[in-house]
Design a protein around this ligand. Structure first.
Ligand SMILES: [Zn+2]
Length: 58
């Protein structure tokens, strides 16, 4: 299962949680600090698509 990044605006805390893709589609993981979801935002996961921006100018 993939690991997803979340951010809790209530605690100003970032955390990660392992959950199913379908689960992540529907909901967020609850914050480990306040155990709430109402201020939780999804963060983009770390496996971003590889883009070739090595050298801008030739
Ligand atoms: Zn929280």
């Amino acid at each position: 299962m993939p690991v997803y990044e979340f951010y809790c605006g209530r605690c100003d805390k970032e955390y990660s949680a392992v959950m199913h893709v379908a689960e992540h589609d529907r909901q967020v993981a609850e914050c480990p600090e306040c155990h709430r979801k109402d201020k939780v935002e999804k963060r983009l996961s770390t496996f971003t698509p590889v883009t070739s921006h090595k050298s801008a100018g030739i």
